[in-house]
Design a protein around this ligand. Structure first.
Ligand code: SAH
Length: 375
């Protein structure tokens, strides 16, 4: 596999550097109590924390000029200290008549990450990144090829959602204001490898305004390659988020190659952890399976997968493989895909095929690589 220089930051002197560090503190890093004490520490009255939070989470307002209920001097100090600019938009691409939009952001240290906004009827979903790059090295995923730069902070995760909720509200999708309803942690990174910040982000996204964005926990999906201890911990968080498990192969031989972390936690262990999550939360686990021609799409693998999942609180989401730079792999032909679906359903396993939203703008699953070079 060739490794592509997907994330490179050019220094002032022209040398390529990979500096990376966590960003300044932002109000979305803190719960409301934490914000109140941060505001007091700045010598302002604690209720200003609620005002700031109402602007940010309730009104999706990030411009201090729009926060006229806070006196100018306090506003300046508070926004400088608690609303630093975390995401600088580098590029926004749209397709599907504006219903799919990919945003590329630069973070304070020059790292690049992407998010994708997708409208489907009355549902508006944002797919967000939890890390700059990814350390999981799955060979069919563009993000995996670049390696990990760093974890995102809680606020860097939350701010992608708040920003794009504002974009949806502004009327650019189909000419009308749309309300963001769903969040999927399926952008760049392995969310469970940045566990504490991701959990804090989920809490911010689901706490009612002004503490948070007030989304339903059920409308949040956390996707993982299968970090078993973290999956077990997630089950104990008392959150009803949907867990997606990127399985991609029902047998260890192949999964060791497609999802290298399988060398540590095998298919049987990872499925056990998924069933423990389902039992604890009552939530159906989504089994993600990229359909790769002649690699994992054989009828016998469908049958094996069907046996592993039959009778479980699970459904399968097949993802036609999206092309990534330098990859030798291809999506399965449609008749092969249909036969795979037929066999899973015959085994009693609910199965859907995901649409390939965002392919033209490299915004589909596995295509997020944060390259600044125009494609
Ligand atoms: N690291 C997490 C979340 C990010 S990926 C995870 O792996 O679950 C989101 C989904 O896209 C995962 O199911 C991933 O396996 C899948 N994916 C990655 N590359 C893909 C590609 N080239 N085509 C289709 N799906 C892909």
């Amino acid at each position: 596999m060739t490794s592509l220089p997907l994330i490179s930051v050019t220094d002032g002197d022209g040398a390529t550097a990979r500096r990376s560090s966590m960003p300044p503190r932002h109000l979305a890093d803190l719960d409301l109590a934490g914000r109140r004490s941060a505001v007091s520490d700045l010598g302002e009255q604690a209720f200003r924390a609620t005002q700031l939070s109402t602007h940010y989470f309730g009104r999706l307002e990030r411009d201090p000029a729009g926060m006229t209920d806070i006196p100018a001097a306090a506003r300046e100090r508070l926004t400088e200290q608690l609303l630093p600019k975390l995401l600088t938009p580098v590029r926004e691409l749209a397709c599907d008549d504006g219903e799919t939009r990919k945003a590329l952001w630069r973070l304070h240290d020059g790292s690049l990450v992407e998010s994708v906004l997708m409208g489907y009827g009355d549902r508006v979903t944002v797919c967000i990144s939890s890390q700059a790059g990814c350390g999981m090295a799955c060979p069919f995923c563009a993000t995996g090829q670049a390696g990990l730069t760093r974890n995102l902070s809680t606020a860097e995760i939350v701010d992608q959602v708040v920003y794009l909720a504002g974009v949806a509200q502004s009327g650019v999708m189909g000419g009308e204001a749309r309300r963001l309803s769903n969040v999927v942690f399926m952008g760049m990174g392995e969310p469970l490898a940045n566990y504490n910040r991701v959990i804090a982000a989920v809490r911010r996204l689901t706490s009612p305004a002004p503490e948070g964005l007030g989304l339903s926990q059920r409308h949040i999906t956390v996707s993982t390659v299968g970090l078993v201890p973290a999956m077990r911990k997630l089950a104990e968080e008392d959150l009803s988020v949907t867990l997606a498990l990127s399985l991609h192969a029902p047998d260890d031989d192949l999964r060791d190659e497609l999802v290298p972390v399988n060398q540590r936690w095998k298919v049987a262990e990872v499925l056990d952890a998924a069933w423990a999550y389902a039992a604890r939360t009552g939530r159906r686990v989504s089994i993600e399976y990229a359909m790769i021609r002649d690699v994992n799409d054989q009828p016998w693998r469908a049958d094996l997968l069907g046996r592993l999942l039959a009778g479980r609180l699970a459904h399968v989401n097949l993802i036609p493989l999206n092309p990534t730079p330098g990859s030798k792999w291809d999506a399965s032909p449609k008749p092969v895909e249909r036969e795979f679906v037929r066999r899973l359903r015959a085994a009693g396993v609910a199965t859907t095929v995901r649409d390939t939203r965002g392919r033209e703008i490299d915004g589909a699953c596995g295509q997020l690589a944060a390259s600044e070079v125009e494609g």
